[in-house]
Design a protein around this ligand. Structure first.
Ligand code: ADP
Ligand code: ADP
Ligand code: ZN
Length: 207
């Protein structure tokens, strides 16, 4: 099954994607994680993407489309995949249609005020992509899954978060209509408890 997770920054895409890919045994393709890794390794793509990400803007469509197209052509995507953070613009969605067939689009819906709280307390592992929140971390400073140190993303700092939300509403939210029109959009309330949201997503994917 080929799945897209759609939703604003902080909606829980990464958190739920990690659970879903484990349950379905398919790869999670997180464009944010791919770009952060490229920045860390200072690849040409990373160098190009950094200024956009730090400013809370989207990296140019042509950069990200090529990355995703190459990634989906790899062997491990043959039995399905979960796209987390792509597409984020209508041109990206149109490009995706030329090289992929999407079965289900899950929209995670969360109000902006809750998103700001989630994002400002987010801590991430740059090694494996795991995501945490300070309210549940206690004294822990390293990743539960791989032991690497947890960090606060530069673009999760207050100044950039509001930019990212406004970019979402203007550039990404139109994809809700784009996929509704195709008939494969499934809206899930992302405001509740993580386990309940996961159960709801699995119900949608199995239906
Ligand atoms: P979040 O999980 O908070 O929504 P991501 O980790 O998905 O954030 O993305 C972080 C940043 O990486 C985005 O703000 C954007 O600059 C860049 N990015 C990720 N995916 C895309 C994409 N599909 N198109 C353009 N930029 C992207
Ligand atoms: P996204 O990938 O959509 O940007 P994340 O999965 O990284 O979102 O989640 C953003 C923050 O919110 C993280 O700190 C995460 O631990 C927390 N979070 C995720 N789901 C929930 C939830 N259902 N309730 C409360 N906090 C959540
Ligand atoms: Zn980790």
């Amino acid at each position: 099954m080929n799945i897209i997770f759609l939703g604003p920054p902080g909606a829980g895409k990464g958190t739920q994607a990690q659970r879903v890919v484990e349950a379905l045994n398919i790869p999670q393709i997180s464009t944010g994680d791919i770009l952060r890794r490229a920045i860390k390794e200072q690849t040409p793509t990373g160098v190009k993407a950094k200024s956009y990400i730090d400013a809370g803007k989207l990296v140019p469509d042509e950069v990200i489309i090529d990355i995703v197209k190459d990634r989906l052509a790899q062997d491990d995507c043959k039995e399905g995949y979960l796209l987390d953070g792509f597409p984020r613009t209508v041109p990206q969605a149109e490009a995706l249609d030329t090289f992929a067939t999407i079965d289900k689009v899950v929209e995670l819906d969360v109000a902006d005020d809750a998103l700001v709280k989630r994002i400002s307390g987010r801590r991430v592992c740059l090694n494996c992509g795991a995501t945490y929140h300070i309210s549940r971390l206690g004294d822990r400073t390293t990743c539960e899954k791989c032991g690497e140190p947890l960090i606060q993303r530069e673009d999760d700092k207050a100044e950039t978060v509001l930019n990212r939300l406004s970019v979402y509403h203007s550039q990404t939210a139109p994809l809700v209509d784009f996929y509704s029109a195709k008939g494969n959009l499934h809206k899930v309330d992302g405001a509740g408890d993580m386990d309940a949201i996961f159960a709801e997503i699995m119900k949608v994917l199995k239906a």
